[in-house]
Design a protein around this ligand. Structure first.
Ligand code: ATP
Ligand code: MG
Length: 711
């Protein structure tokens, strides 16, 4: 299907790129000096000169990346066989890749990896490390950092974690939960949550984690969609010093007719009841409703079971988990991931992208309720015998130094967080960061939204002391693991670019108008040309919707829903969701670019840009702007911001409305919900759509009241 036109151009980092926001040349941030390379992606290429029989421990040079990348594209069976050998299988797969991406083919879209392999994910995350090297037993698997920094911290070794997982797996079995059953997990961010996921994986039950901040309605919707037979929860959670009820929300959810499939509710005591209780928490625990025959305290059940529990041998294509996407774009979709391919991919991407070395302390701030928590708090790190930090709290409690204090306290080497957290923390005085040491840091990472260059630079210079590389990782719930990401110090970075594709990932831009492939440099809909092992296999019990959403928009390709620009040097710049692009007087304008320009202004903390219908220009540009602490709103500032945008991007870009908004509607994972902003400015406020995944629904009403388009 390919020709030499698929090759990327030569890229030469001596010809420096220009940052569109500052018009200053971007200095590639890398010790690599003069850097020139060709990334050959043609399928006919014979550049696959990898002659070793296994994968290297880390990727050190761009040449090494190139030859392995070429191999991963030209001979995926060979590459992914080597990747699978990093895991321990009961039966090593002989069939590696068996996939069909074309919705028009007679087979239809079907994705299978390692289909005759037999494996257990929990065994690969725990048992095998100790069996291979008894020293692993006493190595720390999880460092738990509680909401209140003064609470006792605890370190859980691999041996301790394995023991607890086995016991809890036996509790699940005692309640009749077996291979193939779906279990909903609704927990705070604590060690017991990790135990619950691993125990499900051990016995072959399919977990469906619902973030602990969701309302009882949202939980009910997710329970009924996947028909789970059991719920694992906690009496309550503690975040930012506040007690958040969990069990009582499950009680409410289970009164609903569509949740009648649930037969058992297993309730953990927060932190096993070890830590002292605040008053509001004690009240919460004392007022719990209890349904005999359905509700069980986990600590009581644990006393009734054996210590030993053999892992269940699973087929590589047996489901591992269902996870509902965060809902930035509409009704939550039950993304289905399977066993062998998912773990192979989560494990390899973790190892290479963070260049993880034994003994390093790694922290990802995501909640286990999101895919980032699944792949990069739990499965990726533990399958690599890493030490992973589980943080119960929030970045602003007790104050905005919290992350940086945790880094010092646990001597964290690798720190991975989201642009939304970075933007909110950079709105405060730098002294909150600089009063901490952060000397232990080696590498920083981000995920979740495009990171505007301004936030990138602050993260790099202030947080990382200009010493640490940053991996800006683009990926999705649907992709299971990193797709476009730097590998540390293997090629130069450009602030705001996720740079180049991971092994096995063939990005392809397609024109939104003609649906034809576009050759870089270009900007279009970001699609992927062929399958990779970590990819979602389907939507749970709804393969038709899976094909409609991801494979029908651009037949033959996986469609990510995001827009992307690929520059001359092959670097990828995510422009935001395709639906968010504005068309103004014939110009396509990416909202991410305008937002970046606004955030460059020293008074602006955050910005969200959407379009509204305009007879003359097709669309008008509406900018929601959150100012930094102690900055007053004024018309002069409005004018300044308009000028900033025009200066940075071009005179054709004219913000029509600047709306100062102290708060923006966000998903519970912290992403701005532009879908709702669009409805506000259209205005079409009677059809806001699903708002159940909003973090704080009252924000919407405030915006409607203040908007010049609805007043
Ligand atoms: P839903 O699919 O339900 O609307 P969602 O897309 O927010 O929710 P996720 O799968 O958690 O759910 O997020 C993936 C999306 O996040 C990507 O499609 C992209 O828009 C954005 N994203 C993630 N990482 C990056 C990144 N490094 N740079 C730019 N955008 C990113
Ligand atoms: Mg999405």
């Amino acid at each position: 299907s390919s020709s030499s036109s698929d090759d990327y151009n030569l890229f030469n980092f001596n010809q420096r790129s220009i940052d569109s926001n500052t018009s200053e040349p971007i200095t590639p941030i890398s010790p690599l000096g003069k850097f020139q390379a060709k990334l050959d992606r043609s399928n006919n290429s014979t550049t696959a000169n990898w002659d070793k029989s296994s994968l290297p421990d880390t990727i050190q040079t761009f040449d090494e990346y190139k030859s392995l990348y070429a191999l991963s594209i030209n001979d995926p069976n060979h590459f992914w066989k080597m990747a699978a050998e990093r895991l321990d299988w009961y039966q090593v797969p002989t069939k590696i890749k068996n996939t069909e991406f074309d919705c028009r083919s007679s087979r239809g879209v079907e994705i299978k990896w390692y289909e005759d392999g037999i494996i257990n994910v929990c065994y690969n995350c725990l048992d095998r490390h100790i069996e291979k090297d008894p020293k692993a037993a006493n190595e720390v698997a999880i460092i738990f950092e509680p909401d209140t920094p003064t609470e006792v911290r605890h370190h859980i070794t691999y041996a301790e974690l394995l023991r607890e997982v086995k016991k809890f797996a036996n509790v699940l079995k005692k309640h009749g939960i077996k291979k193939g059953d779906v279990v909903t997990i609704y927990m705070p961010m604590v060690v017991e949550t990790c135990i619950a996921l691993l125990a499900c994986a051990r016995i072959g039950a399919i977990h469906s984690v619902v973030f602990g901040g969701f309302s009882s309605n949202s939980v009910a919707e997710r329970i009924s969609d996947c028909q789970s037979i059991a719920v694992i929860t906690s009496d309550f959670g503690v975040r930012g010093g506040k007690c958040t009820p969990l069990k009582s929300k499950i009680d409410q959810a289970l009164t609903m007719e569509q949740c009648k499939t649930v037969k058992t509710v297993l309730v953990f005591r927060r932190n096993q009841g070890i830590l002292p209780l605040q008053d509001d928490c004690a009240e919460q625990r004392n007022s719990l409703q209890w349904t005999d025959g359905t509700d069980f305290w986990v600590h009581e059940e644990l006393e009734k079971v054996d210590d030993n529990c053999e892992p269940e041998p699973m087929n590589a294509e047996d489901p591992l988990f269902i996870l509902y996407t965060s809902g930035s774009t509409g009704k939550p979709k039950g993304i289905l991931h399977t066993t062998g391919g998912y773990l192979t991919y989560a494990s390899l991407t973790f190892k290479y992208t963070f260049a993880y070395q034994p003994g390093e302390i790694y922290m990802c701030t995501a909640d286990v309720g999101w895919i980032t928590g699944h792949s990069y708090v739990l499965y990726g790190p533990l399958s690599n015998r890493a030490t992973t930090v589980v943080f119960e709290g929030i970045p602003t409690y007790p104050d905005v130094s919290r992350f940086w204090n945790i880094i010092d306290k646990h001597q964290i080497n690798i720190f991975y967080t989201a642009p939304t957290a970075i933007r909110s923390l950079m709105g405060h005085d730098d002294s909150f960061v600089t009063r901490t040491s952060r000397k232990s840091l080696r590498l920083l990472g981000t995920v979740g939204e495009p990171i505007n260059p301004e936030a990138w630079r602050w993260y790099y210079t202030v947080v990382g002391n200009s010493q640490c590389s940053i991996v800006d990782t683009w990926w999705q719930t649907e992709t299971g693991g990193f797709m476009i990401t730097p590998l540390p110090n293997v090629w130069p970075l450009e602030p705001g670019s996720a740079t180049l594709p991971f092994f096995g990932i063939q990005t392809q831009l397609l024109s939104k108008d003609t649906k034809q492939p576009m050759q870089p440099p270009a900007e279009g809909a970001l699609c992927i040309r062929d399958s990779w092992p970590g990819q979602a296999r389907s939507l749970y019990r709804n393969h038709k919707r899976f094909v409609e959403v991801y494979f029908e928009p651009y037949p033959g390709y996986y469609f990510s829903g995001d827009g992307c620009e690929i520059k001359e040097n092959g670097y990828h710049w995510i422009t935001g969701r395709v639906d968010d692009v504005l068309v103004i007087s014939g110009h396509n304008i990416g909202t991410a670019e305008v937002e970046s320009a606004l955030v460059q202004h020293h008074d602006v903390a955050e910005a969200a840009v959407v379009g509204y219908p305009d007879v003359i220009k097709t669309q008008g540009m509406y900018c929601f702007v959150t100012l930094k602490d102690n900055v007053a709103e004024s018309d002069a500032l409005r004018k300044e911001l308009i000028k900033t945008v025009r200066d940075r991007i071009g005179a054709h870009v004219f913000p029509d409305i600047i709306h100062f908004a102290p708060n923006l509607p966000k998903t519970r994972s912290g992403k701005i919900m532009r879908r709702i902003l669009r409805k506000i400015v259209e205005p079409d406020i009677l059809n806001l759509g699903d708002t159940s995944t909003l973090n704080d629904p009252s924000v919407v009403q405030e915006l409607i009241e203040k908007s010049p388009r609805t007043r």
